[in-house]
Design a binder for this molecule. Structure first.
Ligand code: NAD
Length: 387
């Protein structure tokens, strides 16, 4: 069976990569980009650092600095107006997954009519303006994926959009931009990356190209995430986490995510739990429910991460994997939905809708054990108070 792999055309990786914006734009023959970012990036000087490069090169550019966490169709529409008014020919995304996904949706909608919801999966977004991504979280891997996740302001559905038009043509992957991430953001975005790698490896759409990248990424994340959280200035841990996040993005974009991400999006959309944190809430229980259907792969993952010994039998490695993921959540102070403060009545009455939205995203069908709607509701019930 053949696998089709999509990647950014240019990846600049390492300390200082974000200072190479102008060279990158020249290579891509872009002359008037729109910088899409959020207020934090402006307040803390990250946007100014890119703007100074553009000014020094006398390049025209525009700025949209109102990207919101878990981007909405309303914020995409506002950015699209700025893009059209300024006649921009490309989009530079600076920030976490929210800024990058806003920029992706803007780049795609610049060439399209009608509401974004008409282009969610199973539709394919195959074209758009060039996107140059500069990630500042080590998490989503959006800088290297052909995916954008946008919440429909009208229905609160977290819509998945996919296609080559959403793949950045270039990514400047500079771990120095992540040194300012606080503990919670480091933990949540790091677990998001871990989920990408593990889900890609056990996905029914995994392939030998994504397998090696996913295994490398999960080992790196598991070995560095506690260090990056405890020692925010630890450059080698930050570097490892950033590289692994991009690798996790490449892995899942070419092999798909599975049940964890499928069930996570509705939690984010309905209860505004940060994306990485809702993945973290699900990771141990969904893994426990799935392991027997792909025992070899889950056991291998446990050994590669160092959760199990090389000599452990598969059954032992699987037990250690689930226990290790539960312990990781404890160490990183991941709350259950209940402890997070979600209203119990709203949680339980929303479960049928959440299960329906999870299934509709298509991600659960890539899981080693494929759930039906009743099983997804049961899993949400189980996760409610799981520590
Ligand atoms: P985010 O972009 O929502 O950022 C969260 C907060 O952290 C923001 O306030 C932001 O300003 C701040 N922040 C960003 N970088 C920082 C830094 N270096 N220091 C301090 N603060 C910083 O967070 P995220 O987890 O990167 O992105 C989540 C979004 O990405 C969700 O909408 C999720 O659905 C989406 N996502 C997309 C993909 C994809 O492939 N497109 C994959 C996974 C997740």
């Amino acid at each position: 069976m053949t696998a089709t792999i999509n990647l950014p055309r240019i990846l600049r990786v390492g300390a200082g990569a974000s200072s190479q914006l102008v060279e990158t734009l020249r290579e891509l023959e872009v002359s008037n980009p729109l910088l899409v970012t959020d207020p934090f990036m402006v307040e803390h000087g990250y946007a100014a650092a890119l703007e100074q490069q553009l000014q020094a090169a006398h390049s025209p550019y525009g700025v949209f600095a109102d990207a919101v966490p878990d981007p909405t169709t309303d914020s995409v529409t506002a950015a699209l107006c700025v893009l059209r008014d300024g006649g921009h020919d490309a989009v530079v995304a600076l920030g976490g997954g929210s800024s990058i996904d806003t920029a992706k949706a803007v780049a795609a909608m610049a060439l399209r009519e009608g509401p974004l919801r008409e282009y969610k999966v199973p539709q394919v977004v195959d074209s758009g303006l060039p996107i140059i991504a500069v990630p500042t979280t080590a998490g989503t891997g959006s800088e290297a994926t052909r995916v954008a996740v946008i919440t429909d302001t009208g229905t609160q559905e977290k819509m998945l959009c996919m296609g080559l038009g959403l793949m950045p043509v270039a990514a400047l992957v500079d771990y120095e931009l992540t040194l300012s991430m606080p503990y919670r953001l480091t933990a949540d975005t790091g677990i998001d990356s871990l989920c990408h790698a593990l889900e890609a490896y056990v996905s029914r759409k995994s392939n030998s190209f994504t397998d090696s990248i996913a295994l490398t990424a999960m080992r790196s994340i598991y070995q560095n995430i506690r260090i990056a959280c405890a020692e925010p200035d630890n450059r080698s841990a930050r570097e490892a986490m950033m590289l692994a996040a991009t690798q996790g993005g490449i892995a899942f974009s070419n092999a798909s995510v599975t049940l964890i991400h499928g069930m996570s999006r509705p939690i984010g959309a309905l209860f505004h739990v940060p994306h990485g944190l809702s993945n973290a809430m699900l990771l141990p229980e969904i893994t426990a429910w799935s392991v027997q259907e792909s025992a070899l792969r889950y056991a291998h993952s446990a050994r590669v991460m160092g959760i199990a010994e090389a000599s452990d039998r598969d059954a032992v490695a699987l037990e250690k994997l689930v226990a290790g993921l539960r312990q990781l959540n404890i160490d990183l102070s991941v709350p259950s939905p209940r402890a997070y403060g979600i209203d119990e009545g709203r949680w339980f009455e929303s479960l049928p809708l959440m299960a329906e939205q999870a299934l509709a995203s298509g991600s659960p069908a890539n899981n080693p054990r494929i759930p039906d709607v009743v099983e997804i509701v049961e899993l949400y019930q189980r996760v409610w108070n799981a520590a």
